[in-house]
Write a protein that binds this ligand. Structure first.
Ligand code: SF4
Length: 450
């Protein structure tokens, strides 16, 4: 039976902010629907839609405006892809519709009334669903409901064929215990993951893809460190990474060793909140943890590209197990699923490149996730800013601590990573929907917006 490994090239997809489930996924859904309409018209030239409607359900409706979901759907329908689009081409289209204008997409003119927001409707039992419908006159030509399942991944609901049939990985593990067994005594998790990547993409494409991911992560840090101003959305949140970098530089020897780590995470998440180019790791909301930890490791040790690839591969393997057995989506499991997963992935990867055994790597991931259990998602104003930006910096520090604790041990521990992942799944299931990316509870309702 095929295993659960998700390619690092998909787990870390290069896209735009501010949200993987609310921006990247919906853009992919829009693009998939546009391709479906093209295929329909190619098969029956008379079947040309004259109207397209988009129904946003659940969390996509509740916080979709703040996350840029309508802009993302429009961009997808216009043929843009998250990995190659210019963010400037994506943002602002919804505002144009809201002001009474129209936008050409997939052969029709979209207007404001083509979008419906249904925050209390769940489709196929999922909190993040959207339905796209195309008509010709009174005739419904096509209707597809998409589930945005976190990390920018989408699925077609209702048993429809999925957008792309992925090639299977060669590894067979479904759990962390099976991953360790498959590594045996002599293979690292990164080695196993690389074999999967080569099977999925071929060696050259796999290596080039990993290097491109790292390049995009570094660019995101650089962009975030050089930007100033106030983040969009109306909360008045200032970008702080650049000013803090100046402050840290001025502190000289008095600067704390972890200050740079904090700055890297803030830079990425501010860039994400601004809708800039960002890499899901494993989501946009949690995109700062892993690049911060990796960049800090590279800068402080001069790590090679081989180490960078091993870091990304190890993290992808751990993230795959979490995704398969619990969730990496805030709308499904709360922030424990997003930032908790990112922290576990970063801790495991750091432990691995610092020479940890596979048992120590599993231990590092377990420690990191255990201390995020129960963490809720309650973004103020439906924006990926408060508490998200600082939360990534804190989680980056936790990842380092978890890796350190694991490396000081011998890999033996009482609670397994599989147990913590299952606990996260159960906790997410029990969690009120108010704390799962709906902005109906927690900080989202206690912070007064001015
Ligand atoms: S609180 Fe966590 S899960 Fe929710 S949007 Fe922010 S980072 Fe994502």
């Amino acid at each position: 039976m095929a295993g659960v490994y998700v390619s690092a090239l998909e787990m870390f997809s290069i896209g735009i902010g501010p949200s993987s489930s609310h921006t990247v996924g919906p853009m992919r859904a829009g693009a998939d629907f546009a391709r479906e309409l093209d295929a329909l018209t190619a098969a029956s030239p008379e079947a040309r839609p004259d109207r397209i409607r988009c129904r946003l359900h659940g969390s996509l409706a509740a916080t979709g405006i703040g996350h840029g979901t309508p802009d993302a759907v429009i961009a997808g329908l216009r043929g843009f892809a998250p990995e190659s689009c210019d963010p400037a081409d994506v943002h602002g289209q919804w505002a144009r519709l809201a002001a009474g204008g129209s936008v050409a997409a997939a052969g029709v003119q979209l207007v404001r009334d083509d979008f419906d927001f249904e925050p209390f409707a769940r489709q196929h039992g999922h909190p993040n669903a959207l339905t796209l419908l195309a008509w010709q006159g009174e005739d419904l030509l096509c209707s597809i409901t998409y589930l945005s399942v976190g990390g920018g991944f989408i699925e077609r609901a209702g048993g429809l064929p999925q957008p792309a049939a992925a090639t299977r990985a060669v590894s067979c593990y479904h759990t962390a215990r099976e991953l360790l067994e498959e590594c045996g005594g002599d293979r690292s998790i990164a080695d196993l993951a690389l074999a999967d990547e080569v099977a999925l993409h071929g060696r050259d494409r796999a290596i080039a893809g990993l290097d491109a991911i790292w390049s995009a992560m570094r660019s995101c840090i650089d962009s975030g460190m050089s930007a100033t101003g106030v983040l969009p959305g109306g909360l008045g949140v200032r970008r702080r990474a650049q000013a803090m970098a100046t402050q840290v530089a001025g502190n000289g020897p008095a600067a704390h060793a972890d200050d740079q780590l904090t700055l890297y995470a803030l830079a990425v998440n501010e860039e994400n909140a601004a809708g800039g180019r960002v890499v899901t790791a494993p989501t946009n909301g949690a995109a700062g943890v892993l690049p911060a930890v990796l960049n800090h490791h590279v800068v402080s040790t001069g790590a090679s590209m081989a180490e960078v690839r091993a870091f990304l591969l190890t993290a992808a393997a751990i993230g795959s197990i979490v995704k398969a057995n619990a969730s990496i989506s805030g709308a499904e499991a709360g922030c424990q699923g997003e930032v908790g997963s990112a922290c576990a992935m970063a801790a495991a990867a750091l432990c691995a490149v610092r020479g940890g055994s596979v048992a120590q790597v599993e231990n590092a991931a377990e420690i990191a996730m255990e201390h995020h259990l129960g963490l809720t998602c309650d973004p103020v104003g439906g924006l990926v800013q408060i508490p998200c930006i600082e939360r990534n910096a804190v989680a980056a520090s936790t990842a380092q601590t978890a890796a350190r604790i694991a490396l000081l041990g011998d890999g033996t521990h009482v609670v397994s990573l599989d147990t913590v992942i299952e606990t996260m799944r159960q906790t997410g299931q029990d969690m009120s929907s108010r704390y799962k990316e709906t902005s109906e509870g927690g900080l989202a309702i206690n912070v007064v917006e001015c």
